[in-house]
Design a protein. Structure first.
Length: 558
């Protein structure tokens, strides 16, 4: 295929990345609204993430189990292009079901909340199939060594969706009229602001999914790429993943039962819920290291899991998605909480915000993701060395300008200056990383951990923007982890990609865990879970270098 056709194919491919970003980032506004509308606690509100990101895991797992049963890679048999089409159709179904599910919804009707979770779960199932196909597809559309740059380009489009998603959702639900927190809450309680306002949004989203499916199906510029390798069932890996799934769903099922069974909430009950969440978390960690240990002794039956870079990468994707999602999913509660009732201040010492006022900060967080991914995509266009240095400085601030236009009038001059400093730190990180994925992970995981620690111990706008800067530092991690994890996998690349997509499960487990920590302790201290995620990512960066070096795969890490 010619370079021109490759570019045309890549342009078509990245359209689906926009949809993923728009829906995923909208949850940051939708979650605090659901908490108010349905009168639920912080953990329950995070079930939005559990349904959405849990679907990624379950979808990829079911695809793998079916492939193992028929001894044929189903996705490869369909082709990446058809896989994306089928995924879009499934997501369209979930989006269209939102209309009847929320029709006639009333404030406090938790049964409707569970139907909303079901619709989001179906949308997430479609996204799972799309991502399993789209990520290796993007890498296959050119030189594998520049695969991470193409993923960054696609990620930049994805992040544009994440930037405008929260603003669109906030406008649709709350309108454009400024309201105080008390006024907004009273309107929700009086059913003057209704969940049914999202019906037409999801009808439109469903129609766009169908249009995108048609675009992919009829596009002659987009090849239906397949690989020729023979599929290996990897029964040991399959059995381990099934066992893990049972443990996770048992834990969440038991927690869910405590909310629907009429039990009175006590300190002992809250601790029980926390312990079950920790069991689910540790089940993932233990399963991954169990697979690594067993596969190193006897690789037969483990498939792609016999490669330590993939095993380490699975946990890296788990923690990366977990920290990326949990920072913003719990940010709304942090800004809404009242720590000082006399002065009406939140735990950061800032004025308490309402559901509508949160949207620009969620947008800014995801906008930080867009900034980093736009910078990461610069190399796709092969600029000269001198031009690239200027672009590394200019592109982030151009992207920041886009964020400011989308959120016109939402930030003070002080806030703009604070975030500009965060962007400057990110630019410094890019110059030090020199496009090397391992060095990039080392630098940005360190900066992410420092940012969250400042958010925990500091106060005021410094703490808020330190947390928001997490978007800047997470922005570049996905393509780095994905590319490193499938390096040297050969015929197991497609299977390895499926395993990595399963680990988006981190977005389903870590935010609810932080939500329960917030319920028991405090919302600000609950961010220690984010610090732990960044620490593992730093460990991964050092460990994966030695693993790849042993296999003769060098990354030119300086």
């Amino acid at each position: 295929m010619s370079v021109k056709n490759n570019n045309s194919a890549l342009t078509t491919l990245v359209t689906v990345f926009f949809f993923w970003g728009f829906i995923a980032a909208s949850n940051g506004v939708f979650i605090p609204f659901c908490k108010t509308y349905f009168s639920i606690d912080q953990f329950q509100s995070q079930l939005v993430d559990f349904a959405f990101y849990g679907a990624y895991y379950l979808g990829a797992l079911v695809l793998f189990i079916i492939s193992s049963a028929v001894k044929k890679d189903i996705l490869n048999n369909w082709g990446y292009k058809n896989g994306i089409v089928y995924g879009l159709l499934i997501s369209a179904l979930g989006a269209l079901l939102m209309y009847p599910f929320v029709n006639g919804a009333q404030q406090g009707d938790t049964s409707v909340f569970y139907l909303v979770l079901l619709a989001l779960f179906i949308v997430g199932l479609g996204f799972s199939l799309q991502q399993t196909a789209a990520n290796p597809f993007a890498i296959a559309l050119g030189n594998p060594e520049t695969g991470s740059h193409r993923l960054n380009l696609a990620g930049g489009v994805n992040s544009f969706g994440t930037t405008i998603g929260p603003i669109v959702i906030a406008f649709i639900i709350f309108g454009s009229t400024p309201l105080s927190g008390d006024e907004l809450n009273q309107m929700i309680l009086n059913n003057e602001i209704k969940l049914t306002t999202i019906q037409y949004l999801y009808l439109g989203v469903g129609a766009l999914f169908l249009a995108a499916a048609a675009l992919f199906h009829f596009s002659k510029k987009l090849p239906n790429t397949k690989t020729n390798e023979v599929f290996e069932p990897a029964n040991k890996a399959k059995n381990m993943l099934i066992a893990l799934t049972i443990v996770i769903f048992l834990c969440f099922g038991l927690i869910f039962n405590t909310y629907t069974g009429g039990e009175v909430t006590t300190e002992a009950l809250e601790n029980k819920r926390l312990y079950l969440l920790l069991i689910a978390l540790f089940a993932v960690v233990i399963s991954v290291f169990f697979a690594n240990t067993r596969a190193s002794k006897s690789p037969q039956g483990w498939g792609a899991m016999k490669y330590p870079q993939l095993i380490l990468g699975m946990l890296a994707i788990f923690t990366y998605v977990g920290v990326e999602v949990t920072i913003q999913s719990n940010l709304g509660e942090l800004l809404k909480s009242v720590a000082d009732k006399i002065n009406n201040l939140n735990p950061l010492g800032l004025d308490v915000m309402n559901d509508a006022e949160i949207a620009p900060f969620i947008s800014l967080y995801w906008g930080g993701m867009m900034i980093g991914r736009w910078v990461g995509a610069i190399s796709v266009f092969n600029p000269s060395k001198g031009l690239k240095k200027w672009l590394l400085i200019l592109v982030p601030y151009v992207a920041f300008g886009v964020i400011l236009m989308v959120n016109f009038g939402s930030y003070s001059l002080t806030e703009i200056l604070l975030f500009s400093v965060c962007v400057a730190i990110q630019i410094g990180g890019f110059f030090l990383a020199k496009d090397n994925p391992i060095t990039t992970l080392k630098i940005f995981s360190t900066l992410g951990a420092i940012g969250v620690l400042i958010g925990i111990f500091a106060s005021g706008q410094l703490a808020l923007y330190a947390l928001i800067s997490g978007g800047l530092f997470c922005s570049i991690m996905w393509p780095c982890i994905f590319t490193l994890s499938i390096s040297g996998l050969g015929k197991y690349t497609s299977q390895g990609s499926a395993f990595l997509i399963m680990m988006i499960l981190g977005g389903a487990i870590i935010p609810p865990l932080q939500g329960k920590l917030a319920d028991i302790f405090s919302i600000q201290s609950s961010y220690w879970i984010a610090v732990a995620c960044f620490v593992y990512l730093l460990f991964y960066a050092f460990k994966t270098k030695s693993v790849l070096k042993k296999q003769g795969i060098t990354q030119n890490d300086d």
